[in-house]
Every structure is written in C-alpha cells, then in structure tokens.
Design a protein around this ligand. Structure first.
Ligand code: TYD
Length: 139
C-alpha cells in the first residue's frame, strides 16, 4: 500500500542571522516542486480551525511566519500532529493527505506555498469521501 505520509517532511530553511533581524528564504530546490501560488492566513480568531480537506494533486509547504499552530495530518491510515512555531522550518504536505489546522496562537500567520494555482476541483472537502478515495487509490 502506498503510504503518502512517508513524504510528509519538515524542511529547514536557511536562516541568515543579523543584529538587524533574521532573514529566511524559500527558493528553487529547497522545496520539491515549482511554486505556482503563495497565500497566507492571518487575523485568525481564537479557537478558529482551518483546513479540513485534502488535495488530489496539489502539494503544499506551510510555514508559521509568526506565532504557532498545530497541523493534524491523516493519510487514511493514521493521524499525527505537527506543531509549527518557527519561521525557518516548514512542513511539506504531499497530495492525498487530510489536514486540519488548529490551536492558532494570538498573532499567528500561516504562509502556504503551493505547487498549483487555486482549483476547487482539486479539493476533497468531505472526510468520508477522502477515506473512500484512499481505499480506491492505495490498492
Ligand atoms: P479554504 O480552502 O476553505 O481555506 P482553508 O483551507 O485555509 O481553511 O478557502 C477559503 C476560501 O478562499 C474559499 O472560498 C476558497 C478561497 N480561496 C481562493 O479563492 N484562492 C485560494 O488560493 C485559496 C487557498 C482559497
């Protein structure tokens, strides 16, 4: 059985430390896909949850630019939680993984670098449908 979760990966970004402040960069070859879109989630009310979907083809790379939040990942077999709380460490999420974002700290900003432009047809937003898709594609 194909296990998409094996490709979930934390990736360290270069951190250029300076008395004037630190600088991190995401560029070609740091993440394993061509960047087609960048978006960010911010002004997140306390107790709010985001995500709650998987993607058929799209890969994403998430960075907590500010503050912290939990990313709950499910590959159809098991679930794990990764805490993002450093602007120089990002989380690579391959296609076929259900993700939920919770426990946002005050002032949290979630940067998302994506391998595709926005396409609603690429989303699976229903968990039961996601589980069914894993049963049919992972044989
Ligand atoms: P949604 O996927 O529900 O956000 P999240 O997974 O972070 O909770 O997207 C929220 C809304 O924004 C939805 O109406 C689709 C729209 N949207 C775009 O128009 N373009 C984009 O690139 C993204 C990510 C979302």
């Amino acid at each position: 059985m194909k296990n998409d979760k094996s490709k979930i990966k934390l990736i360290s970004l270069p951190k250029i430390e300076d008395r004037r402040g630190n600088l991190s960069v995401i560029e070609k070859d740091i993440i394993p896909f061509e960047i087609k879109r960048v978006y960010y989630v911010y002004d997140i009310p306390s107790g709010s949850e985001r995500g709650g979907h998987s993607h058929k083809d799209l890969q994403e790379f998430l960075v907590a630019l500010s503050g912290s939040f939990d990313v709950i990942l499910n590959d159809g077999i098991s679930e794990k939680t990764i805490v993002l709380n450093k602007p120089n460490i990002g989380l690579l999420i391959p296609a076929g993984i259900w993700r939920e974002l919770r426990n946002f700290s005050s002032g949290a900003v979630c940067l998302v670098v994506a391998s595709e432009v926005y396409l609603e047809d690429d989303y699976i937003r229903d968990f039961d449908e996601f589980m069914c898709s894993k049963k049919t594609t992972d044989k």
